[in-house]
Write a protein that binds this ligand. Sequence first.
Ligand SMILES: CC(C)(COP(=O)(O)OP(=O)(O)OC[C@H]1O[C@@H](n2cnc3c(N)ncnc32)[C@H](O)[C@@H]1OP(=O)(O)O)[C@@H](O)C(=O)NCCC(=O)NCCS
Length: 179
Amino acid sequence: MTELGSVAWPPAPIRTERLVLREAEARDRATFIELLASSEVHAYLGGPRARDELEREIPEVPGRWPGGFVVDLDGAMIGQILLRRATEHRRAAAVGKVDLGYLFLPRAWGFGYATEACGAALAWFDGALPGEPMVLATQTANISSMRLAAKLGFTEVERFHAWDAEQWLGLRSPVALSV
Ligand SMILES: CC(C)(COP(=O)(O)OP(=O)(O)OC[C@H]1O[C@@H](n2cnc3c(N)ncnc32)[C@H](O)[C@@H]1OP(=O)(O)O)[C@@H](O)C(=O)NCCC(=O)NCCS
């Protein structure tokens, strides 16, 4: 995965009804570690990373690159949205396309925050890189993620087997702009 490409970054913070999407800051470091060390968050993502290893390796200001949004609720990070270009991918249909990923703290699940935040990130993306499709890969057993993908407008390209599980590759076609 590589960075998005020719986009002005970071954009001004994006405000939704309840959330702000913004660039990562030093104060988010503990939450990044919490997210990456959480076995609940990584139940369908190959397992969590060791906390002590994360404490050593995560930079002072983590997660700063074009396409990496921190999702902020009332001044504190609750999740992360990742837009990265899939320069390499197990599935040919995804190669070269921008890939959406999302990780939210378990205590923030079940409130519609991921839908709200990803919707705003996709709207930003449609403006920043008009006409570009987007892909998303998730385990079919990850029901919350499958539901979120459908709400965001992704439709199935194919299912495939990898990392000892059935995976789903979804595609979101570029939004037709009205002129
Ligand atoms: C995938 C993930 C982001 C989904 O989180 P989520 O909170 O279920 O997603 P949503 O924001 O769509 O919230 C939907 C839920 O909020 C509820 N909700 C409550 N208030 C709501 C509101 N105001 N608006 C919309 N939905 C609301 C919905 O009814 C729904 O509940 P349900 O699942 O019981 O039906 C989360 O499970 C996660 O971070 N998982 C770990 C990381 C992961 O697996 N990522 C996938 C790899 S790309």
